[in-house]
Design a binder for this molecule. Structure first.
Ligand SMILES: NC(=O)c1ccc[n+]([C@@H]2O[C@H](COP(=O)([O-])OP(=O)(O)OC[C@H]3O[C@@H](n4cnc5c(N)ncnc54)[C@H](OP(=O)(O)O)[C@@H]3O)[C@@H](O)[C@H]2O)c1
Length: 273
């Protein structure tokens, strides 16, 4: 496999590939890991907590019938965590840097430590793993690196400017890394989900809109009032983001590299991200 074009038949088969998805105990990462397992990949599931990570891997095995789903608990926001996951899985073919944190805080009240924490967890986590894995993928002539960024990369959210900063940084890092492995069969891309219904976002919306109304109504209000440019008119489901990531991770996406790809429900109003 050298990254040559393949004919379109669009049956995505990842048999023989190992995929690491950081932050895959819940939300978007969990949906991505599930779609990879469903496509036959050997999948490494990750989260900070041993039990949660083990349980997430078991859920994916049950749901997909794929026994090759392995938990590695590690905090990828730290150097030690990165080393732990690299020594457990030194060679992966597909790396999805999905782990991320978000929390609203007025920009003039964010202390240095919080700016650093967001940068460590959302940006350096992916940089460290990609720094190890990407050259090794290039040596083998095939690989996929994907940074899960956000619509916030190009539309800085006023309520969490530090988060937006990290999501913009991921787009720049992934483009630069793609340039550094040109012609090797390895692609590096960022995927920009829009507002997606995950446990983290459910909590975020409830804290903004209140918990005295049914969640379906809170979702409708949140989209109408806080994300009015959404063309989808509802929250995206994690599986809808996973579908794009699965495609980008496949043989079919051999000509897509250095790109910022949207699964944003049209929330970004510009023609080009
Ligand atoms: N949901 C959205 O609307 C949306 C939109 C655009 C972009 N995104 C991006 O998509 C990614 C996932 O978001 P989500 O909404 O699915 O989040 P989520 O529901 O809060 O899940 C976050 C996942 O990351 C893990 N995690 C957090 N910090 C970690 C760390 N230091 N080390 C290892 N794992 C860690 C969590 O696992 P444990 O808690 O078990 O450790 C969990 O599995 C993030 O990068 C986010 O910026 C989300």
């Amino acid at each position: 496999m050298t990254g040559e074009p393949v004919d379109s038949d669009m049956h995505i088969d990842l048999t023989g590939r190992t995929a690491l998805v950081t932050g895959s105990t819940s939300g978007i990462g969990h949906a991505i890991a599930t779609s990879f397992a469903g496509a036959g990949a050997r999948v490494v599931v990750n989260g900070r907590d041993e039990t949660r990570t083990r349980e997430a891997a078991a859920r994916i095995r049950d749901e997909t019938g794929n026994p090759e789903v392995h938990p590695v608990a590690a905090d990828v926001g730290t150097e030690e965590g990165a080393e732990k996951i690299i020594s457990a899985e030194p060679d992966v073919d597909i790396l999805v840097n999905n782990a991320g944190i978000f929390a609203p805080q007025p920009v003039f009240e964010i202390p240095d430590a919080e700016w650093r924490r967001f940068f460590e967890v959302n940006v350096l986590s992916g940089v460290r793993l990609a720094r190890h894995h990407t050259p090794r993928m290039a040596g083998r002539g095939w690989g996929r690196v994907i940074f899960i960024s956000s619509d916030s990369a190009v539309m800085p959210p006023t309520e969490m400017v530090h988060y937006g900063m990290t999501k913009t940084a991921q787009v720049a890092v992934s483009r630069g890394m793609a340039q550094s492995v040109k012609g090797t069969g390895v692609t590096v891309n960022s995927v920009l989900p829009g507002p997606t219904l995950t446990p983290g976002v459910e909590q975020f919306i409830t804290s903004l809109v209140g918990d005295d109304i049914p969640f379906a109504e809170a979702e409708r209000r949140f989209i109408a009032e806080s994300r009015p440019t959404s063309l989808l008119g509802r929250l995206i489901r994690p599986e809808e983001v996973a579908n794009l990531v699965l495609y980008v991770s496949s043989e079919y996406a051999s000509a897509t590299t250095g790109a910022a790809l949207r699964a944003d429900g049209g929330v970004i109003p510009t023609l080009i991200p």
